[in-house]
Write a protein that binds this ligand. Structure first.
Ligand SMILES: [Zn+2]
Length: 131
């Protein structure tokens, strides 16, 4: 499925606002709406910008393939045009326990707790005699 150009606009009042342009596929938007995100201090020190991605914050700007193709090339990997691409920040589901966690925390498809557990199991299997 083809990419579209979207705008993400979210008001954080005293902290400022997020106003971004990015490329994404329609099903990626569908999956991301309703998910939590955490951008950290992107609007200044101690701003701690987080929330839940709302449908009304996302506007379809263009699905014109000529426009989108040009922007895809300009942004290298059909990603962020300006500001922040919410697709990079919405929480992802751990493939093991199903918890939704910050994408920075996902390692090999797992949340950090499951990953640690998995690592422990690996050690045990690699070294069954060593007690
Ligand atoms: Zn997990």
């Amino acid at each position: 499925m083809a990419y579209n150009l979207y705008r993400w606009y979210a008001d954080f009042f005293r902290n400022g606002k997020i106003d971004s342009l990015f490329l994404a596929k329609p099903h990626e938007i569908e999956n991301a709406v309703g998910k939590k995100y955490n951008l950290g201090e992107v609007l200044g020190k101690h701003s701690n910008i987080y929330g839940t991605l709302k449908r009304e914050e996302i506007t379809l700007i263009s699905e014109n393939p000529i426009v989108v193709d040009e922007l895809c090339r300009a942004s290298n990997m059909c990603n962020t045009i300006s500001g922040y691409n919410p697709m990079d920040y919405v929480y992802k589901e751990c493939e093991n326990c199903g918890n939704e966690v910050d994408p920075d925390e996902i390692l090999m498809g797992m949340c950090s707790a499951c990953y640690d557990e998995w690592c422990d199991e690996q050690e045990w299997e690699d070294d069954p005699i060593d007690d």
